[in-house]
Design a protein around this ligand. Structure first.
Ligand code: PHE
Length: 471
């Protein structure tokens, strides 16, 4: 058993059977598997489009480097020091009934909410995998008609609920078997593959007429285009895409061998995640510009623009199959980490068996996701939007969890590790005296910079800042 947190009484906690990743590469690939998902390929391009491009991307990159990376380190560190899932970890670090434990529960709630709509989008990817297999995009051929496939799908309640359920069944099946060997093994195979496909598609995209415009759109920052809400969205997305603020990285960190460097691994995860998001947008925007699709098309962007490209490019048929299969797998390795946090909490805290915890939380998440699956219709969609700031049920779940719950969870993690955690523990996890200067920089970031940034953005977007300053 690895050396544990100094000065902490482990009590009855079942830390004995916790496994470890095979190597640093194993951890990086599994954590990157959690980080890289629909957030990178589906959400990042579409919110970049909605928020007007370059300036949003710059703010997002700053959020990743200045807020995301330090908090990623903090989560991994707390996980490795306590060897527990979030609620168990905070219980162990603090006294019973301490408000910090609420941070763990907030994370569990966020995981629950995110998975309920995440699986709806993953369900769309399953549907598109079948369409790709039957060469449907090629048969339809015409760009507008291909784009319409998506609007038809979203409006179809049966298909949406069916695929949402099917994807959750897949997720439950992996988590029930114990994820460790499965996640690491699959991530090792799939992640490099996903990278290669994206690079291949980038080569194709560079040849399109719209490539130059797309470059300008993604990398030419114009701050006049960015609204205050865009800052919150960029920050929220930094949390979402790095799987932060809900304990997924904390849980994965609990399987990290003692000798592995946390800052280096975290840097790799953040880099891989960012590169894949940028790659995805450099594939998608050239296609949208070439075919006159609105960059601000919203959640349908990827599902509409890529199939158009597949129907026109050489070898589009096999590539489309590969792409959507990989999208499903990218979503799966992320969904697994979401369900793992929820299920392992019930295992750690209430002593449920893995089977009972996974099946019952999976079933409840399925039911709670049904309104999201129906958000393309009138009741939970346009009708709902009339009462909720123009957002459908699906949008509200996404907005609340990624823009508010994750940043709030991240804020608490950074405050805890900056102020409440014993310094000897964090220094030890950083690798002792040799890493002391790096530790000092990290500690200053989680004490001052990260919390200040999160608070500022939250106050600004909630309108509280305007009330306080009268502006
Ligand atoms: N990071 C995942 C993605 O980008 C989503 C996720 C969020 C996974 C939070 C786990 C926890 O798709």
């Amino acid at each position: 058993m690895p050396a544990l947190l100094p000065g902490v009484d482990l009590g009855k906690r079942a830390t004995m059977n916790r496994g470890t990743w095979g190597s640093r590469f194993g951890f990086v690939v599994a954590a990157a598997g959690s980080a890289v998902g629909l957030g990178n390929i589906w959400k990042f391009p579409y919110i970049t489009g909605v928020n007007g491009g370059g300036a949003f991307v710059l703010v997002y990159l700053a959020c990743i480097a200045l807020v995301g990376l330090p908090i990623l380190i903090a989560e991994i560190l707390l996980g490795r020091a306590t060897q527990g899932s979030p609620v168990a970890a905070f219980r162990q670090l603090t006294r019973k009934g301490s408000p910090w434990v609420g941070t763990g529960w907030l994370g569990v709630a966020a995981g629950f909410v995110i998975l309920s709509y995440y699986s709806v989008v993953a369900g769309w990817a399953i549907h598109y995998t079948f369409l790709a297999l039957t060469n449907h995009f090629n048969e339809v051929g015409e760009a507008k008609a291909i784009a319409k496939i998506f609007t038809d799908l979203v409006g179809n309640p049966g298909l949406n609920i069916g695929y949402h359920g099917a994807f959750l069944v897949l997720t439950v099946a992996v988590v029930i078997g114990g994820v460790k060997a499965g996640i690491e093994r699959w991530s090792r195979i799939l992640m490099p593959f996903l990278g290669m496909i994206l690079v291949g598609m980038l080569v194709y995209a560079t040849g399109l007429d719209g490539f130059g415009r797309a470059l300008g759109f993604v990398f030419g920052g114009r701050f006049s285009d960015l609204h205050a809400a865009g800052f919150l969205e960029a920050l929220g997305h930094a949390f979402f895409t790095l799987s932060l603020g809900m304990g997924a990285m904390l849980t994965y960190g609990s399987y990290l061998p003692k000798e592995t460097s946390i800052p280096k691994s975290a840097l790799w995860v953040a880099l891989l995640d960012t590169v894949i998001a940028l790659l995805a947008s450099m594939v998608i925007f050239p296609i949208t510009f070439t075919h006159g699709i609105e960059p601000a098309a919203g959640p349908g962007l990827v599902f509409q623009s890529l199939p158009i490209a597949f129907s026109q490019m050489p070898a589009g048929y096999p590539l489309s199959i590969l792409f959507f299969v990989l999208l499903v797998f990218a979503a799966l390795t992320s969904a697994i980490s979401l369900l793992e946090v929820v299920a392992s909490t019930f295992i750690d805290v209430y002593g449920w068996t893995r089977r009972k915890a996974t099946l019952s939380t999976g079933a409840v998440i399925f039911v709670c996701g049904i309104p999201s699956a129906l958000s393309g219709g009138s009741f939970f969609g346009s009708g709902f939007a009339e009462f909720f700031w123009g957002k459908t049920f699906f949008d509200v779940m996404d907005y609340l969890s990624s823009n508010w719950m994750l940043p709030l969870g991240g804020l608490f993690v950074s405050l805890y590790s900056g102020y409440a955690l014993k310094q000897e523990t964090s220094v030890g996890e950083f690798g002792g005296a040799a890493a002391a200067p790096l530790h000092t920089v990290w500690r200053a970031t989680v004490r001052y910079l990260a919390p200040a940034a999160v608070l500022m953005v939250m106050l600004k977007s909630s309108g509280i800042l305007a009330l306080l300053t009268g502006k």
